[in-house]
Design a protein around this ligand. Structure first.
Ligand code: DGL
Length: 276
């Protein structure tokens, strides 16, 4: 059997690059295809039906491109579309296709960070309204007492997508949401950046977070979880091609993607525009 499949990584825009970067560092040598739906970002304010439809289209495109394994490097898509894609769509594509999300690996890692069980989840409105983190925490830790405070930050993705992460406007909106969350539970000792765009606001976030509070980014957690997954699933791993190639696709302007994406990756990026 030929190992000819790249790993697909999907996000509504640039945020998933923060995941790709960590996966490619943890698992170098594999081939990756990144797809950013920049033309239709943000997903965080959209309905279940729309997020599911857009995500399904992206997954189908990545399958067409030869991927068998796709990572939804987007919390909103993981929250609103992953389960339906796994249950309804994957059976149509055959038993050798897999789609994984970013929420479960993040929740699995929580006990390694929190000391008092007080967690803050900062995410898009879509992820917050879906209650996916609350449900996953209840599922993985039945009977344990976590106090989880959710904070929707609807302005943060547009700021990042528009390359405004270092602006005074970004400072204002970061302060606003961090303060609101900490007012609701001043005991929070662990804050999860539960949107893949948010690491780009990390410098602003660190300015507002009190000493002693741990800020958790998802990139490394997802990368380590994928490594373990591939070890557990040699039947998937043996199909993965290993030429160390990374290809980038965007549904918007290539020039813009190369400029902003290149800064995210700290590497030269050459994307191709595609339609979904
Ligand atoms: N990066 C996506 C996430 O992790 C969200 C972006 C969006 O709103 O499009 O939730």
């Amino acid at each position: 059997m030929e190992a000819d499949c790249p790993i697909g990584v999907f996000d509504s825009g640039y945020g998933g690059l923060t995941i790709l970067k960590n996966i490619a560092r943890e698992l170098p040598g594999y081939d990756y295809v990144y797809l950013g739906d920049n033309a239709r970002t943000p997903y965080g304010t959209r309905s279940y039906d729309v997020v599911y439809k857009y995500t399904r289209q992206a997954v189908e495109k990545l399958f067409e491109m030869g991927c068998r394994l796709v990572i939804l490097a987007c919390n909103t898509a993981s929250a609103k579309a992953l389960r339906t894609i796994q249950q309804v769509d994957l059976p149509r594509f055959g038993p050798d296709r897999r789609v994984l999300g970013v929420i479960r690996p993040s929740v699995e890692a929580l006990p390694g960070f929190t000391r008092n069980g007080h967690i803050g989840i900062m995410a898009t409105r879509g992820t917050i309204v879906s209650r996916s983190y609350l449900l996953e925490i209840a599922k993985l830790y039945p009977g344990e007492t976590f106090r989880v405070t959710q904070e929707a930050c609807p302005m943060w993705v547009p700021l990042v997508e528009n390359d405004e992460q270092d602006s005074a406007g970004a400072a204002f909106f970061v302060q606003q949401h961090v303060s609101r969350m900490l007012r609701e539970d001043p005991g929070i000792d662990t804050v999860v950046l539960a949107c893949t765009h948010y690491p780009l606001l990390r410098a602003q976030i660190d300015r507002c977070i009190p000493a002693g509070v741990t800020v958790v980014e998802q990139g490394e957690l997802v990368a380590r979880s994928l490594r373990a997954y591939l070890q557990r699933h040699p039947e998937i791993e043996r199909h993965l091609s290993r030429r160390g190639l990374v290809s980038y696709y965007t549904t918007e302007s290539e020039e813009m993607f190369d400029r902003v994406g290149g800064r995210f990756m700290q590497l030269p990026v050459r994307s191709k525009r595609i339609e979904l």
